[in-house]
Every structure is written in structure tokens, then in C-alpha cells.
Ligand binder design. Structure first.
Ligand SMILES: [Zn+2]
Length: 541
């Protein structure tokens, strides 16, 4: 009996030892957004990653993450990541929208500006989070733990604003010559000045071609571009001294942003206090590389190779400081390759948009046909939210809407047109995002008063760039190449799982909140806590 008891006790003890220790909440949450990092690119390059991205992919890897909404642009995408809400609730329906009620002559409103500041425009704007209608994770953390620090760093101001929210302690982004802040009373810490000096010195000198790898060399093939642009595909990202555009479209830019993030970890002593801290990092170079060279050439290969290494170096810094941290990485949207190379790869329908679909041209033609005056239609480019000129009488606006919807629907490159009343009558869906209908996707980035009077969808594989002299490829559609993004959670010392089912970028905020014990009532945000991530205590839906 006694022997049996001892044996049972020993078994019990073994079982007790084998139980994993409950994870303590991390002291620092690091949230990285890689601009235009599509799930297609992630899938394609995952076997090539050996450093930071390989470490993050070894955690809980959701390769079918979704920026579920239709307007897959930088500002709406970043607004979903740390609010837990779709753009319909964050209010960030696009990078720019039209507001014909504002006083200034420029009726375009930039998502991250305060257009009420006299003398500003949507180009020369005053940076502000005022259009973001909901709080971010950092705000909720600071409300619960007044000692929490929230720091936002990014290549683009809109990435820093939308992830950092309304009251970060620090907010730094590249303004064309240096990393700067709009926060009143925040002096430039010496570490920021140091990174700025290094970035300025780097930019001022020419850079030779980057070293390549056998894999990237195998991607090297020059492809001619229609629409006036230069050929792409076999560049190694060399640049002239002082070339700003080439600097942004290269891994140097992300390297400087990560150096700034690492410097601020030390300067702000992030992860070293009793209360948890948040650091958000917007890495913008992948987006500029995608726009400048497309996604399937040697240029993107070199960018992602360097990004992997740079993120690895950054994680090494966190490790060397002995910080207990957790990382979430995702993207604000995906992206698509240049149609010229897509056709070579067998995508027969890949084309550039018909210039006749340009909103200004379309408006002009319709106004002439209906005997009206003024621009008729307002909006950016050739698709998405389109606004009727409020200078027209209501009866003329109704005629114009009818004519515009018919004209767009008749065009062979147009998939569908929805009016604002049709969109508003559609509930925001709660089913898995891959099953959403087209109008449901549009609804998730629709807000009355900011969104257009109607919405035009281009067909799959229509690239909405006709003139390619500055950009050759882009994103912004509701097709899955623009919606599907990786979502990775990783914490040093934890083992991971690869999850196939779809999740959404709105799930990131409630998941991170759960990791640090910050209550988020189910249903109070669009997203859901992801129970697959170690250290979460998700409440059942
Ligand atoms: Zn972009």
C-alpha cells in the first residue's frame, strides 16, 4: 500500500513538474506593422527567412490574417491594428476623403491631420489623431496603469498616429529630412537627434548596389512597364546622394526606424517598470519598394532579406536589455505586383486601369452630357469612394448619381458599383472574412459623412495606375491579395503553432490586452481574443 502510494505520489509529482508554468504578463508589448506585407509575400518568403522574421514566424503564426475591409490603404489598415475595430468604427475610411463642408479651399482631408488649423492643406497639414474615433491599446493601458508608457515610431506619420492613438508619450515619424514629432512639449531626446544625424549622413552619401543572394539573383529579370515608367525587376537599390525617394524605397529606411525604436527603448526605459509599456513600430519601406518596383522582382527580395535581418538585430537589442517582451507583427494591407510581370506569370487578366475611369475625367464627361457645370464628381484616382459636387442642386445631383452609376457599371474594368444607401443598409459582417460578400467588405470601411456618395470596385487584377512615371504597382482593392496579411505573435521562450483558419487584424488588440490582463468586454470592439496565443485568458465569445 505504502509503495503504491509512493509510486502514485511520484507520478503526481512528475505530472506537476511537466505542467507548463502560467506565463506572466510581459512588461513590454512591441507591435510591428510592415507596410504592404501581403500574406502572399509572407508565404513566398517564409522559407528564406533566417533571422527576425523567422523567430516571429516560429511563434503563433496566423498566415490567413485579414484586413477585412474594402479600402485597403495605409491609414484604415493601421487604424484596425490596435483599436480592435474595423474602419467603419475607427472612422478612418481612407487615407484621404472629401469633406465639402470645411472652410478651406482644399476639400480633401488627410486621415491624420487637423484641417481646422488655418493655412493648412491636405498636403501641407498639421498632424493630428482627431479623426480616429476610438481609443487604441496604448490609451486603454495608460488609463488603467498611469505608469504605462506608450511610444510610437514609424516611417509614415499616419502609421505612428493610428497605432499610437490620442495620447502617446512619444510619437516620431520621418518627415522627409528627419524623424520629428508633432507632440507639444516633447523635446527631441538626444537619442533621436543621434539617429537623425546618422540618417542624414546616410542619405547625403550615395549608396552602391546591395549585395544579393542566390535566391534574390534567381528573381532578377527585367520587365518593361507600360505607361511611361522605367523597367523593373533587376535592380539592387543603389541610389544617388540625397535621393529621398530612393532612400524611402530601400531597407535603409526601416533600419533607421528600428534604430530609433531601439534607442527609445533605452531612453524611455521601456519594459523596466511595474506597469506594462507599449512600443509600436511602423516599417514603411516595403510599401515604397512595392510601389516603385512591384512585389515580385529582385528589389523586393533584397528588401525582405534585409528586413528579416534588421528585425533580428532589433530583437537582439531587446534580449540584451533583459526585457520581458512579446511581439505582434502584421501589415496594414497587402499588395499586388505590376500587371506586366503578372501576365508573364500567367495572370492573363492583369491590366492597367483605363484612364477614362479617372474620377475627374468621368465627372467632366458626365457634367457635359447632362448640361451641368462644375467638376460633377470628386475623389482620388479611379475607384473607391466618389462624391457628388454639393454645389449642384439636389435634383441635378440625383440625375448625376444615376448617370454616374450607369456609366461606371457599363465599363468592362468595373466589377460593381454600390450607392451609399445600399452600403449603409448592409450590416457590418461578423462571419469569417474570407466569406464576406463584396458589399460587406465595402461596409466595413464605410462611415456616413466621411465615405462617398457611391463606391466603385475595379475588377480583380486591374492595377489602378495608368501613368507609371512615379509608381508602378499598388494596393487598395477588396481582393484578397490586398486584404490577406500575416499576423504573428511571438514571445521569447514560448513554442508556437501555425494556425490555418482565418483571423482579423481587429483581433490583435483584444489578444494583446488579454496577455497583459487588461479587460476588454467581448462585443465592445469588432475583434476577438485569439486563444491560440500563449499567455492569453480569452473570455468565451
Ligand atoms: Zn502603399
Amino acid at each position: 500500500m505504502r509503495r503504491l502510494f509512493l509510486a502514485a505520489a511520484a507520478l503526481f509529482a512528475t505530472a506537476a513538474v511537466a505542467q507548463p508554468q502560467p506565463l506572466k504578463p510581459p512588461k513590454l508589448l512591441v507591435v510591428i506593422s510592415v507596410d504592404q506585407f501581403s500574406a502572399n509575400l509572407f508565404d513566398e518568403y517564409r522559407p528564406q527567412f533566417t533571422s527576425g522574421l523567422a523567430r516571429l514566424a516560429s511563434g503563433t503564426m496566423f498566415r490567413n490574417g485579414y484586413q477585412s475591409h474594402a479600402m485597403t490603404e495605409t491609414c484604415p489598415g493601421h487604424s484596425t491594428i490596435l483599436t480592435g475595430d474595423h474602419p467603419a468604427r475607427t472612422g478612418i475610411v481612407n487615407n484621404n476623403w472629401i469633406d465639402q463642408s470645411i472652410a478651406r479651399s482644399d476639400k480633401s482631408v488627410y486621415c491624420a491631420e487637423d484641417e481646422t488649423v488655418p493655412g493648412t492643406s491636405s498636403i501641407a497639414y498639421k498632424v493630428s489623431p482627431r479623426h480616429l474615433l476610438v481609443p487604441t491599446l496604448g490609451e486603454l493601458m495608460k488609463a488603467r496603469w498611469p505608469g504605462s508608457r506608450s511610444v510610437a515610431v514609424a516611417g509614415k506619420d499616419r502609421a505612428a498616429v493610428m497605432m499610437g492613438g490620442h495620447n502617446p508619450d512619444q510619437r516620431w515619424y520621418w518627415t522627409g529630412a528627419k524623424y520629428d514629432t508633432d507632440l507639444a512639449g516633447v523635446a527631441m531626446p538626444p537619442v533621436v537627434a543621434k539617429v537623425n544625424a546618422l540618417a542624414a549622413a546616410g542619405l547625403a552619401s550615395a549608396r552602391g548596389p546591395l549585395g544579393t543572394t542566390p535566391f534574390c539573383e534567381s528573381r532578377s529579370r527585367e520587365v518593361a512597364i507600360s505607361g511611361g515608367g522605367k523597367p523593373v525587376g533587376s535592380g539592387r537599390l543603389a541610389r544617388d546622394a540625397g535621393d529621398q525617394a530612393a532612400f524611402r524605397a530601400s531597407p535603409e529606411f526601416d533600419g533607421d526606424t528600428l534604430a530609433l525604436a531601439a534607442a527609445l527603448v533605452d531612453a524611455m526605459q521601456l519594459g523596466k517598470r511595474a506597469d506594462p509599456d507599449l512600443l509600436t513600430i511602423g516599417l514603411s519601406a516595403t510599401d515604397y519598394v512595392g510601389h516603385t518596383y512591384g512585389t515580385e522582382g529582385e528589389e523586393m527580395c533584397l528588401q525582405l532579406t534585409e528586413l528579416d535581418r534588421e528585425i533580428g538585430d532589433f530583437l537582439d537589442v531587446l534580449d540584451s536589455r533583459g526585457i520581458d517582451y512579446a511581439v505582434a507583427l502584421t501589415a496594414d494591407h497587402g499588395g499586388n505586383d505590376v500587371p506586366e510581370r503578372e501576365r508573364l506569370a500567367g495572370v492573363a487578366d492583369a491590366v492597367r486601369v483605363d484612364p477614362a475611369l479617372n474620377i475627374a475625367s468621368m465627372g467632366k464627361a458626365l457634367v457635359a452630357r447632362l448640361g451641368l457645370s462644375g467638376p460633377g464628381l470628386l475623389g482620388d484616382g479611379s475607384y473607391g469612394d466618389i462624391y457628388l459636387d454639393r454645389g449642384l442642386r439636389a435634383s441635378d445631383r440625383a440625375r448625376l448619381l444615376q448617370a454616374a452609376v450607369a456609366a461606371y457599371r457599363a465599363h468592362p474594368q468595373v466589377e460593381a458599383v454600390f450607392t451609399a444607401s445600399q452600403i449603409a443598409a448592409t450590416p457590418v459582417p461578423t462571419t469569417p472574412p474570407e466569406s464576406w460578400s463584396l458589399i460587406q467588405r465595402v461596409r466595413a470601411s464605410y462611415l456616413a459623412g466621411r465615405s462617398g456618395d457611391f463606391f466603385v470596385l475595379l475588377k480583380r487584377d486591374v492595377t489602378p495606375i495608368a501613368n507609371t512615371t512615379t509608381h508602378v504597382a499598388t494596393h487598395g482593392s477588396l481582393w484578397d491579395y490586398d486584404r490577406r496579411v500575416p499576423i504573428l505573435f511571438w514571445r521569447p521562450g514560448t513554442s508556437g503553432t501555425a494556425v490555418e483558419h482565418s483571423v482579423e487584424t481587429t483581433d490583435i488588440m483584444p489578444t494583446l490586452a488579454s496577455m497583459i490582463g487588461l479587460p476588454v468586454q467581448p462585443g465592445s470592439v469588432d475583434g476577438h481574443c485569439l486563444a491560440e496565443v500563449p499567455g492569453t485568458h480569452c473570455v468565451a465569445r
